[in-house]
Ligand binder design. Structure first.
Ligand SMILES: C[S@@+](CC[C@H](N)C(=O)[O-])C[C@H]1O[C@@H](n2cnc3c(N)ncnc32)[C@H](O)[C@@H]1O
Length: 289
């Protein structure tokens, strides 16, 4: 079993290497796929004029920019991301009331008790030690400060993410599969686990709401197949495969997606949690602060 330090180093290397590059290259498509879910999260976060906000795992900074518009010039947003290339892209927004920092949100020295709101769109599932990370995040919040994030539910509930990979797998070299609690896209699928993490980290008033959407994957199967392997688990599998095997894998993906091609594109079900919680003051859980 890998140590927390090894898992954290792996995530940092991934998001500063192929993960960050792939995310940037595919970002317009990604935004089309997840933009609406992000809007649900932003509207639940309800950032107000004058508030101080952190955007965790802010990536290219689109949600940071939306939060900055909401808090106005009397407020401020800090976008934090472990990926230098993504923070470089985020800085191009040139926002007057937001700053961006390259850093691990699990250990970043946030100003304690300063923030009204911590938000994240799919940026909190990659911590090697999630309790320690959320404790660090909780310390940044004012007492009763809000935590609002969206995270994917289980792989079984997210065929948009699993169907192409499963179809391709038989033709590709075997991959080491992450455990359900290893840092990764689907590591927050189990609600009970997320509840345990947040309570242990000093949050209360937990609210979980499911968000279920058909996730746009491309305008056509041909387009999805052309982009397959540019990002995520398939990119890792394609990297070690012969060209002929990749071709067979792509054919298998095309076959499994064909029934889902409709006039408005290829869509498969996706499922997220919208999670809301409040920071409890230290005295409410002295053993855990
Ligand atoms: C799935 S992407 C989401 C990016 C962005 N929130 C969006 O929705 O466009 C996950 C992001 O979390 C960042 N990330 C992963 N681990 C992190 C950590 N420990 N601290 C800060 N950011 C992290 C990655 O670099 C990546 O930008």
């Amino acid at each position: 079993m890998k140590t927390a330090a090894e898992l954290a180093a792996e995530q940092a290397a991934y998001w500063n290497g192929p993960g960050g590059e792939g995310w940037l290259a595919a970002y317009q498509r990604i935004q089309r796929a997840i933009g609406e879910i992000g809007e649900v999260g932003l509207s639940a976060a309800a950032a107000r004029a004058g508030e101080h906000v952190i955007d965790i795992g802010c990536g290219t900074g689109d949600t940071t920019a939306a939060l900055a518009r909401a808090v106005g010039l009397s407020g401020h947003v800090l976008g934090v991301d472990i990926s230098e290339p993504l923070i470089t892209a985020a800085r191009a927004h040139r926002l007057d009331n937001a700053t961006f920092a390259v850093g691990d949100a699990a250990t970043h020295p946030f100003q304690a008790g300063h923030y009204d709101l911590v938000f994240s769109r799919f940026g909190v599932m990659f911590f090697a030690d999630p309790v320690a990370a959320f404790r660090n995040i909780r310390r940044a919040l004012k007492p009763q400060g809000r935590l609002v994030f969206v995270a994917w539910r289980t792989p079984q509930e997210n065929p948009w993410g699993t169907t192409p990979t499963r179809a391709a797998q038989p033709f590709l070299p075997p991959q080491q599969r992450p455990g359900p609690e290893d840092p990764g896209q689907f590591s927050f699928g189990d609600r009970a686990r997320v509840e345990r993490i947040l309570v242990e980290a000093g949050f209360g008033d937990l609210r979980f709401e499911p968000i279920d959407r058909q996730i746009w994957m491309g305008d056509s199967v041909a387009e999805v197949v052309a982009g397959a392997g540019r990002f995520g688990p398939l990119a890792r599998a394609f990297a070690g495969a012969e060209p002929a095997a990749i071709e067979r894998a792509k054919q298998a993906i095309a076959e499994v997606l064909a029934p889902h091609e409709k006039p408005d594109g290829v869509r498969l079900p996706g499922a997220c949690w919208l999670v809301r919680a409040s920071a409890l003051p230290d005295r409410a859980h002295p053993a855990r602060s």
